[in-house]
Design a protein around this ligand. Structure first.
Ligand code: FES
Length: 156
């Protein structure tokens, strides 16, 4: 068979080409992110177009998207053949907003770190890195971090 969209590849081949291990590929498949067919011998076979989907998944994860978000993004794309360049391009535009958000978060973290350098107090009251926007204080009074599950169980 000539290489093309319909060429079916074994999981090891997809793993080697994508750099994603076989167990992760099976997990992606269980979430519906990629799809396989069974060979006559019962082994998984993936269409060549699965490679681009895996590349998309890996890249989107690096940008901080959760697998559930990625699944929603991939939902509109064809599973049985490679999406067009236009379809990929439209999809990757959603990445720009995420990149902007990450830049903003990291810029804020960098500013906060400047206050921490040489300090090391990790104070829950004054350290914006350790207790950003006093999120621990909003959970209630007392030593919330030390009590952990014990406190949570008592509140339920
Ligand atoms: S470690 Fe002291 S302010 Fe962050």
């Amino acid at each position: 068979m000539a290489p093309g969209d319909d060429e079916l590849l074994p999981i090891g081949n997809i793993a080697k080409r994508s750099g994603v291990n076989a167990s992760a590929l099976r997990y992606y498949e269980s979430l519906g992110l990629i799809e396989s067919v069974r060979s006559a011998s019962g082994h998984r076979r993936y269409r060549r177009s699965a490679l681009r989907r895996v590349a998309y998944i890996v890249f989107a994860q690096r940008l901080g998207f959760q697998l559930e978000e990625i699944a929603a993004q991939l939902e509109g794309l064809p599973k049985h053949h490679a999406p067009s360049g236009e379809e990929w391009s439209g999809l990757s535009k959603t990445w720009m907003a995420r990149v902007d958000d990450r830049i903003q978060e990291l810029t804020h973290l960098r500013k906060s770190l400047e206050n921490c350098i040489g300090c090391g107090c990790l104070s829950m009251k004054v350290c914006h890195v350790f207790n950003q926007a006093d999120y621990i204080g909003k959970q209630g009074a007392g030593p919330r971090l030390w009590l952990g599950d014990t406190l949570k169980a008592a509140e339920d």
